[in-house]
Design a protein around this ligand. Structure first.
Ligand code: FAD
Ligand code: SF4
Length: 520
């Protein structure tokens, strides 16, 4: 019997679960096949936490089922608990086997979100002698080419300039003359409070979605097969279908968006999500489209359900930062990944994997990472990221750790944030100065220090706060580099004072001791 011929094999990657995906344009159910593969190679090449694996595989299987409900043919490779049943050691091998069997005329894919994966696909298609059609990703507001045009002839890339251009072009929160609604482009002055002594006002935490049979099967498989990977899946509660993701979005807009801006930078013990949206997984795996998320937030403002500073602050994250870092990733790769401006060489400390530390701020953030594959932005930037930077972690290794531990991590967004914004490994492409601070900052924005055995005010001595010790050590290590950065004048003056008083010698000795310790 002759095999039915396949016209297009439409490849859908784990972070491309978009029902409106350009890859599906022109799909003919009788001639084309959607192709998806869970594979152990990707799960271990980028070392992935159990939470991250369940997130990706559960979302992929639900997406597959939704396509099959439309009677579309989907060739889907499921990982089972038995390694011996794997159809290939990695993505390329499984694809190669299927292409040899099905002999499609073309491979269709939407541009991947990972440089390495794109190169692997191009190489595999070439080797197989089959045409690979890469379609532009319509998920984003902007294209890689438009960002390239924006970047051309600019000495430095400034988020604010890019963001304003996009707001005007997309007519978001602007009047008919192209001026910003409310007279300002930016409401940071009114945003970013701490909670004060009383703590966070009463609010609802994000809704939990009990795993259905499909997700439970994935959880069992991951526990069995990848049980030695970090993280936990016992409290897995993320939305894994588009319908649930929409309900998640609705709930954020109603319950937490109104205070998103005010408490964007605040931290609190037990406050895993606070007023953040927790939408990054649904956005990055493309269960939700950024246009619909932004439109719903703007509508809440127009209907008087959320204040302008909160809505503008939220729109800035998605229309601004999310698009900006993607643009930088594709503009600068592959060299970007090799950057190490501060010549940092250390490994991520052990407590970044298991959260076993007396530092309350780090322990709290790590609890969130381990239980939920998540930490909110300030935990990422001003606790874990800050510590890694002061400690001297190699920026790419920090990115690799981030890719392993966070369920929303995809290369295009993790790399510029982790290596660039957080570690200053790019030397100032994403941000103009390193986000370095002492324990004072954490104390100002949280209640962590009150219950910590370390003293945030002390930068040497028995109970000195590791952040405060390493902060001055970091400034001293990089004195030559930062001495001429005008945005760091105040910090460098303080360093000089510590030196003049003789304290710096003790601080640096203690920093050496802290860095050498297995546990802090
Ligand atoms: P909210 O605070 O509710 O913000 C709303 C949305 O805005 C987010 O869902 C996200 O889509 C977008 N957003 C906000 N800030 C950024 C940003 N800097 N870059 C891109 N998008 C942004 N975000 C990821 O999605 N994946 C990552 O792998 C990732 N790695 C990061 C690593 C470090 C070291 C840092 C400092 C930040 C990283 N971010 C990453 C950005 C940001 O911290 C997360 O998007 C955010 O914490 C996700 O939580 P949320 O959905 O509750 O966000
Ligand atoms: Fe973190 Fe230092 Fe505060 Fe402890 S004292 S919570 S280590 S900043």
């Amino acid at each position: 019997m002759s095999r039915p011929s396949v016209r297009n094999l439409v490849l859908v990657l784990g972070d491309q679960l978009d029902r409106e995906s350009a890859a599906l344009d022109g799909f003919a159910a009788d001639r084309d096949i959607v192709w998806m593969a869970e594979n152990a190679g990707e799960a271990t090449h980028v070392w992935s936490s159990q939470h991250r694996l369940v997130t990706f595989f559960a979302c992929m299987r639900h997406y597959r089922d939704a396509l099959r409900e439309k009677d579309w043919r989907v060739a889907y490779h499921e990982l089972s608990t038995r390694q011996s049943e794997d159809r290939g050691k990695d993505f390329a091998e499984i694809l190669r086997n299927d292409v040899n069997k099905m002999r499609p005329e073309k491979l269709i894919v939407v541009e991947p979100g990972d440089f390495r994966v794109r190169e692997m696909l191009r190489g595999t298609a070439k080797e197989l002698g089959v045409e690979l059609v890469e379609r532009t990703d319509r998920h984003f507001f902007d294209t890689v080419e438009n960002f390239r045009a924006f970047a051309e002839d600019r000495k430095s890339l400034v988020l604010e300039t890019y963001y304003r251009q996009l707001r005007k072009r997309e007519e978001i929160l602007v009047d008919s003359a192209g001026k910003p609604v409310g007279g300002e482009w930016n409401f940071d002055q009114q945003n970013r409070d701490s909670f004060g002594a009383k703590g966070p006002p009463e609010h609802k935490s994000p809704r939990s979605f009990a795993p259905d049979a499909v997700t439970r099967e994935v959880i069992e498989m991951v526990k069995e097969r990848f049980g030695e990977h970090p993280g936990s899946v016992d409290s897995f509660a993320l939305p894994v279908t588009r319908k649930d993701a929409l309900a998640f979005l609705r709930e954020f807009i109603e319950e937490r968006l109104p205070r998103f801006g005010t408490y964007q930078d605040a931290l609190w013990t037990g406050g895993d999500f606070l007023f953040h949206s927790r939408l990054s997984v649904a956005l990055n795996l493309k269960l939700l489209c950024p246009r619909e998320v932004v439109a719903k937030a703007v509508k809440a403002y127009e209907e008087g359900a959320a204040p302008l500073p909160a809505v503008e602050g939220f729109v800035r994250q998605i229309l601004g930062w999310r698009e900006f870092v993607r643009g930088i990733y594709w503009l600068k790769m592959p060299d970007y990944a090799k950057r190490n401006h501060l010549e940092a060489e250390r490994d991520v400390p052990r407590y970044f994997w298991d959260g076993d530390t007396d530092m309350v701020c780090v322990r709290e953030a790590m609890r969130n990472v381990i239980e939920h594959g998540y930490a909110h932005h300030i935990q990422r930037l001003m606790v874990l990221g800050l510590f890694a930077q002061l400690y001297g972690v190699h920026p790419y290794r920090f990115h690799e750790w981030h890719m392993a531990m966070y369920s929303d991590a995809v290369d295009w967004v993790s790399l510029p944030n982790a290596l660039g914004m957080s570690q200053y490994g790019d030397g100032g492409i994403v941000g103009t100065k390193p986000y370095c601070a002492s324990g004072n900052y954490i104390n100002k924005m949280s209640n962590y220090c009150a219950s910590c055995r370390y003293n945030y005010k002390k930068n040497h001595g028995e109970d000195a706060c590791p952040f405060s010790v390493l902060y001055y050590d970091f400034l001293a290590r990089h004195r030559k580099r930062f001495g001429s950065n005008r945005r760091m004048t105040f910090q460098m003056k303080n360093l000089e004072k510590k030196e003049a008083s003789g304290e710096l010698r003790d601080i640096r000795k203690q920093a050496e001791e802290i860095i050498g310790r297995e546990r802090l």
